[in-house]
Design a protein around this ligand. Structure first.
Ligand code: NAP
Length: 351
């Protein structure tokens, strides 16, 4: 058995010297190194921005989406969308554990990987035959490799797998929101969440509440999402606005917050072009959390500079210690939140 690199650099085919996330191509050889874990894959969860891009670029043609995902995995040895740069995560069963693996996993355990598919060596062996190309979740079979510095969570036995997968995919968002809100004064901190009826958005609302924000404003796309959130108790106010329309968005958030911007604005929308609206909707000295993978660094940095906006801007690192347990806790504690997730991902595994 070969000796692995904890960060997986031995799996990089090209370019030489890159880490797996930045690599064009990884080697998904099923033979594991001494500190690796092999997972027998059961389901992929494509990142929302990636799935939307694929779906839009193929005009909703599921067969074409499936063919492209199959081709990306075959060419890159990982599910790394070259346009959005994002991936997703997966669930499966632990198949083999190297003697030096520090992850504490045992063969037979059902797990979700909590590191991105953009850096996870992956080979599929069923041609994605059981997937119609029309959903973020992809039933499949094959294998994936975890490195010594990867993270995985054993799946809870009280939630359907597809539901746990959807929660764990975005579990970095609520943990980061809780941290950012909690470091501000409880009595006055206001929070606006863009894309609030979505998965990371609704979890972020729940986290803002949990961190005792003074007022939580949900920004949603249309009346349908407004109706989904109304009565859930997750937000104090719901605003319908296009997050890509900066002036209207800022105006509506300001109206909901007595003429002030939000102290914390969280971007959970899965389309590009939300940077300027988020910055304009944030109070001076406030924080914008860009959780969305469709965020552009130049648009955010240059937009804030051009608006002379004194706001802190955080990239939503998908990892915060304890993030998986916290997101699952929020879901279990809040039946409305669970209903929102079920409305998005379905009640039963379709598989
Ligand atoms: P999601 O469940 O699809 O939610 C996105 C929400 O944004 C949906 O409610 C969507 O409405 C709404 N939306 C779309 N366009 C909008 C617009 N112009 N104005 C207002 N709302 C709009 O997505 P998610 O899974 O929570 O993911 C959200 C983002 O987080 C994605 O960009 C994803 O890539 C990213 N992400 C980041 C990490 C990380 O580690 N930082 C991890 C996972 C995911 P409709 O459903 O009606 O379109």
């Amino acid at each position: 058995m070969s000796k692995g690199s904890p960060v997986g650099s031995h799996r990089v085919v090209s370019p030489a010297g890159a880490l797996p996330q930045a690599a064009d191509r990884l080697d998904p050889d099923p033979e594991i190194a001494d500190d690796e874990v092999r997972i027998s894959v059961e389901r992929l969860n494509l990142d929302a921005a990636s799935y939307r891009q694929l779906h839009t670029s193929h005009g909703g043609d599921g067969d074409a989406v499936r063919a492209e995902v199959r081709a990306i995995i075959a060419q890159r040895g990982k599910m790394h969308n070259p346009v959005t740069g994002s991936g997703g995560m997966l669930i499966g069963t632990v198949d083999a554990v190297g003697p030096r693996s520090p992850l504490g996993l045992k063969p037979g355990q059902k797990v979700a990987t909590l590191v991105s598919l953009t850096l996870t060596p992956l080979r599929i062996d069923d041609g994605l035959m059981r997937w119609d190309g029309n959903s973020e979740q992809v039933p499949t079979s094959g294998h994936a490799i975890l490195f010594a510095r990867s993270i995985a969570a054993v799946l809870p036995d009280d939630l359907p797998e597809h539901l746990a997968l959807a929660v764990l995919d975005v579990c970095g968002a609520p943990a980061l929101v809780r941290r950012v809100v909690a470091r501000r004064p409880h009595a006055t901190t206001t929070v606006a969440v863009l894309g609030a009826a979505g998965k990371s958005g609704s979890l972020s609302l729940a986290a803002a509440r949990d961190a005792h924000a003074a007022k939580v404003v949900a920004v949603v796309r249309d009346e349908i999402e407004d109706a989904q959130l109304r009565g859930s108790g997750l937000a104090d106010d719901i605003v319908i606005a296009d997050a890509t329309d900066p002036l209207r968005l800022a105006e509506k958030v300001n109206d909901a917050l007595d003429g002030r911007g939000a102290d914390v604005t969280v971007v959970c929308v899965d389309v590009p072009g939300c940077e300027h609206g988020a910055i304009l909707a944030t109070a001076t000295g406030g924080t914008v959390v860009f959780f969305s993978m469709a965020t552009s660094f130049p648009a955010a940095a240059l937009g804030a500079e051009g608006l002379a906006a004194d706001v802190e801007m955080l990239i939503g690192n998908g990892y915060v210690p304890g993030h998986a347990e916290y997101a699952l806790h929020l879901l279990r504690a809040n039946p409305h939140l669970k209903d929102l997730f079920i409305a998005r991902v379905g009640k039963e595994d379709e598989d």
